[in-house]
Design a protein. Structure first.
Length: 102
């Protein structure tokens, strides 16, 4: 297997891992998965695989739906968190007391 295809396989596995951990509640796992994506993407960039042969280009095209699903899931979770923060801010400290006292 060419080096470019192996780097793309690692990038695909990293995105699959992130997609799986986004459904959980472990921030450390999410941070670890995003770090893995950063390293895999850097490896792909360093090799310059997208300029390679047709097999590499086809593998990149197959990776796009996985990346898009992760992007959409991340945006949905961000929006959900922002909505919850807005609700808490609107209700104020009366219904959601502060965790720390003075």
């Amino acid at each position: 297997m060419p080096l470019g295809l192996a780097a793309l396989d690692e990038l695909n596995a990293a995105f699959e891992e992130l997609r799986a951990v986004l459904d959980g509640t472990d921030p450390a796992a999410i941070e670890s998965a995003t770090g893995r994506i950063a390293k895999a993407a850097a490896a792909v960039r360093a090799i310059g695989v997208w300029r390679s042969d047709d097999a590499v280009k086809d593998r990149l095209k197959a990776l796009v739906p996985v990346m898009e699903s992760v992007r959409i899931r991340t945006n949905l979770l961000t929006d959900h968190a922002n909505q919850r923060l807005s609700i808490l801010a609107a209700q104020g400290a009366e219904t959601a007391p502060l965790v720390y006292g003075r």
